[in-house]
Design a protein around this ligand. Structure first.
Ligand SMILES: [Zn+2]
Length: 143
C-alpha cells in the first residue's frame, strides 16, 4: 500500500501532461513505514533517452538517481518509488518496465491521452520479479 497526498498526485499528473507526447519520469521520496510507503515529495527528473526513443520507455541516468538520493537523504527521506507517464497508453507497466524494475519500490504509471492525464495507478513488482501487482493508493494527510 502506498500513501500519497493529493498535492503530490497532482504534481505527477501535471508533469506527465507537461512532457506529453514524451514520457516523464521522477522519483517518489518519503518513508517506508511497516508495510506502507509514505510519499512526501514527487521529485521530477528528466528522461535520459534520445528524443526519438522517449515514447514508451523510461530510463533514469545514474547521476540523476544519485542526485535525487542525495536530495532525499538531506531531508531525512528515502527513495520509495518511481513514477513515469505512458503517452497515449494505459497506466499499466510494460514488459520493458518489468525488466528494468526492482522489488520493494512502488511504480506509479500515469496514462496521458492527448495531453491529459486520464489515469494513474501504482504497481509493485512481485518478489520473484515475474510480474507487477496492482498497489492500492491511499490518500495521506499532509505532513
Ligand atoms: Zn512504462
Amino acid at each position: 500500500m502506498i500513501a500519497v497526498n493529493d498535492e503530490q498526485l497532482a504534481l505527477m499528473r501535471a508533469h506527465g501532461e507537461r512532457d506529453y507526447p514524451y514520457e516523464c519520469c521522477g522519483l517518489m521520496l518519503g518513508r517506508f513505514e511497516s508495510g506502507l510507503k509514505q510519499v512526501l515529495e514527487a521529485y521530477p527528473i528528466s528522461n535520459a533517452r534520445e528524443e526519438e526513443a522517449k515514447r514508451n520507455r523510461f530510463l533514469i541516468r545514474p547521476e540523476e538517481l544519485m542526485r535525487g538520493e542525495k536530495y532525499a537523504r538531506e531531508r531525512g527521506l528515502d527513495v520509495v518509488g518511481f513514477y513515469h507517464s505512458h503517452p497515449d497508453d494505459v497506466a499499466v507497466p510494460s514488459q520493458y518496465d518489468l525488466e528494468h524494475a526492482w522489488p520493494t519500490y512502488s511504480y506509479i504509471v500515469i496514462s496521458v491521452e492527448n495531453g491529459h492525464a486520464v489515469d494513474l495507478r501504482s504497481w509493485e513488482m512481485q518478489s520473484d520479479r515475474a510480474k507487477f501487482n496492482d498497489e492500492q493508493i491511499v490518500s495521506a494527510a499532509r505532513p
